[in-house]
Ligand binder design. Sequence first.
Ligand code: AMP
Length: 185
Amino acid sequence: MKMVFVGPPGAGKGTQAEKIIAKYGLLHLSTGDMLRAARDAKTPIGIKAEEYMSSGQLVPDEVIIGIVVDRLAQPDAKKGFLLDGFPRTLVQAGELDRNLNAASDPLDVVLELRVPEDELYKRLASRGRADDKPEVIKERLVAYRKQTEPLVEYYSKQGILKTIDGIGSVDEIFARVEKVLDSCR
Ligand code: AMP
């Protein structure tokens, strides 16, 4: 199964992703985790990415697309993957499709985790990551609405979008996720 997880920062994608990969045996590819690892290792890409991450902006498409395309070409991605935090722009989504279609191996499902904005502020404020400061949170939510939300329509038109209500306990939300994923296996 090849899937993409879409949702604003603070929607609970990371938490649900852990449960999904444990149950369905997929490779978890979080571009946020990859960029934070690159930043901590002070690689050239990490240093460049930090400028954007610390202010809540998206890193440029050409930087992130290269990282993801290289990662998906590795053998362990053949068993299926859950992309968490990528794509985040229509350009990234188009590049991903182009890549997967070239291998005749398109996405199976896109899960959208939907949470109202006031709830996101509450959750992010209590998380305490470096980019969870109020002014940065605001920028990240603006970036989501402007650049990432159009993906909902993009994948809906492809007929592979499944929207999940992200309000409730972790287990309640995971039960909704399971229902959707079991129906598309
Ligand atoms: P996340 O952990 O997914 O919230 O990502 C943290 C930060 O990494 C984001 O605010 C962006 O600056 C950057 N980032 C992660 N994934 C992407 C992506 N697909 N495109 C652009 N920037 C990204």
